[in-house]
Design a protein around this ligand. Structure first.
Ligand SMILES: NC(=O)c1ccc[n+]([C@@H]2O[C@H](COP(=O)([O-])OP(=O)(O)OC[C@H]3O[C@@H](n4cnc5c(N)ncnc54)[C@H](OP(=O)(O)O)[C@@H]3O)[C@@H](O)[C@H]2O)c1
Length: 270
């Protein structure tokens, strides 16, 4: 499959104010894509100055929006405003997400509900809203950022892992349905990456699983995701060890073993 040419294309990217999303914005901008970027209103100035910097440095159009994806009709509002501003959305990157670490029954109920809205409902809605326009145009590409946690139950982040599993399986199935339309739905599943997400989640500084997965740099991870996007890889799990674990070993192992290892490997090792 030929590489997706991003120059002059309009890319709607959520979660662009920090971490992997911010790095992805830079990569798209460097290659001449126009960007419609979003994050919550509390980070308005951060997103606006990132948009200014990208606009000036790369001579592209950048439209920053400050729509909270957990607001009632937030995803609908973002898609409509983005389409009005740019005229057409050629690519959609669903990067925005939240994460909470701890026992399922103890993590704040409302925070978990907001996480489900952000990681599941917003991705479901934006994907569903963008596809008809892309199919009509005969081209388009969506990349949903999931996580290595999408491929098995994840103890101490039970609901977070489950949100990623939802998006992973939905995206893979939809991509298969789209055969022949010129439109693709891809997934990118990073391992643990040093971003504000982990701090906000209260993830311990050290867990045994880091020795398998590593703790990655967001710029390195974004580059791998960007390459996978351009090349049209249905599934991308960065790092050979992570790929082997999540696509082969865990799939062939009994559930009881996976859950026992998960219980040990995902708790604090301090
Ligand atoms: N870091 C990891 O270890 C890791 C591993 C695997 C997968 N991932 C996935 O990668 C994606 C990016 O994560 P990251 O690590 O780069 O995290 P991050 O630095 O915390 O970035 C998350 C982004 O999502 C935005 N966001 C969160 N809630 C939002 C909402 N309700 N409405 C609009 N925007 C919202 C944040 O913006 P504001 O806070 O400014 O609103 C921020 O721009 C997430 O989907 C995450 O699940 C991360």
């Amino acid at each position: 499959m030929s590489k997706f040419e991003v120059r002059g294309k309009n890319v709607l990217l959520t979660g662009a104010s920090s971490g992997i999303g911010k790095e992805l914005a830079l990569l798209f901008a460097q290659d001449g894509a126009n960007l419609i970027i979003d994050s919550r209103p509390h980070n308005r100035s951060v997103l606006d100055s990132w948009a200014d910097e990208l606009r000036k440095k790369f001579n592209i159009n950048v439209w920053p929006f400050h729509i909270n994806l957990t607001d009632e009709k937030g995803p609908e509002k973002l898609y409509e405003t983005a389409r009005e501003a740019a005229g057409k959305i050629d690519a959609l990157i669903n990067d925005a997400g939240t994460f909470h670490y701890g026992c399922f029954s103890e993590i704040d109920y409302e925070q978990q509900e907001l996480m489900v809205k952000t990681n599941v409902m917003a991705v479901f809605k934006l994907t569903r809203l963008a596809l008809p326009d892309m199919i009509k145009a005969g081209e388009g590409r969506i990349m949903n950022i999931t996580s290595c946690s999408a491929f098995q139950p994840t103890v101490y982040h039970a609901a977070y892992g489950a949100t990623n599993s939802f998006v992973q399986t939905m995206s893979e199935a939809v991509d298969a349905e789209l055969k022949g339309t010129g439109v693709r739905v891809l997934t990118f599943s990073p391992p643990y990456t040093k971003t504000p997400l982990l701090k906000a989640a209260n993830l311990p500084e050290r867990i045994p699983w880091f020795s398998v997965s590593g703790l990655w740099d967001p710029a390195v991870i974004a580059r791998k995701g960007y390459q996978a996007f351009r090349e049209g890889k249905t599934i991308c799990i960065p790092g050979p060890m992570n790929w082997l674990m999540h696509s082969i070993i865990i799939r062939l192992s009994p559930h009881s073993l996976v859950n026992a290892v998960s219980l040990w490997a995902l708790k604090s090792s301090k």
